[in-house]
Design a protein around this ligand. Structure first.
Ligand code: CUA
Length: 162
């Protein structure tokens, strides 16, 4: 007699659990921790943030900057300097608020500025964004921490906070 009761209780709590899970997953739309917008990885430059002239460091306020980066094997595209050379170092004033925006044109890459709280996964089809304040002066390395192929180890750039 009691077995049947327990069985009902067991099945009942299982259903309840699944319902809660379903509500959590679909109704609240649980997202991965970093906010992401979608983008066509084949046409990244159609997106305003990743047009060639908008790549790299841009000042958008008194002490506010945006850094748009195209991540691809095995290179962070930070735009070109006035001599048309590829930029490999960005210089950010200490205390500045910086919004990093990046996307991948091919495979999954990492986007980590070693020694800071900047650490993102870069996926094709998504825009990874992270806002931070550069707190400590120094020379930091932006590097890829997701294995992405034979040139993975060369995928790096320099961030100077001064
Ligand atoms: Cu890109 Cu490893």
């Amino acid at each position: 007699k009691y077995e049947k009761l327990w069985l009902i209780f067991g099945v009942g709590s299982l259903i309840l659990f699944l319902v809660i899970l379903a509500i959590g997953a679909f109704y609240k739309e649980i997202h991965p921790p970093s906010h992401m917008d979608t983008i066509d990885p084949k046409n990244v430059q159609e997106h305003e943030s990743f047009k060639e002239e908008n790549l790299g460091l841009r000042q958008v306020g008194e002490n506010e900057y945006i850094v748009n980066v195209l991540s691809s094997g095995f290179y962070y595209d930070l735009g070109k300097d006035e001599n048309d050379k590829a930029v490999n170092t960005i210089r950010i004033p200490v205390g500045a608020k910086v919004l990093f925006q990046t996307t991948s044109t091919d495979v999954v890459h990492g986007f980590q500025i070693a020694g800071t709280n900047v650490n993102m996964m870069v996926e094709p089809g998504h825009i990874s964004t992270l806002e931070t304040v550069m707190q400590k002066p120094g020379t930091y390395t932006l590097l890829c921490n997701e294995y992405c192929g034979s040139g993975h180890h060369y995928m790096a750039a320099t961030v100077e906070v001064f």
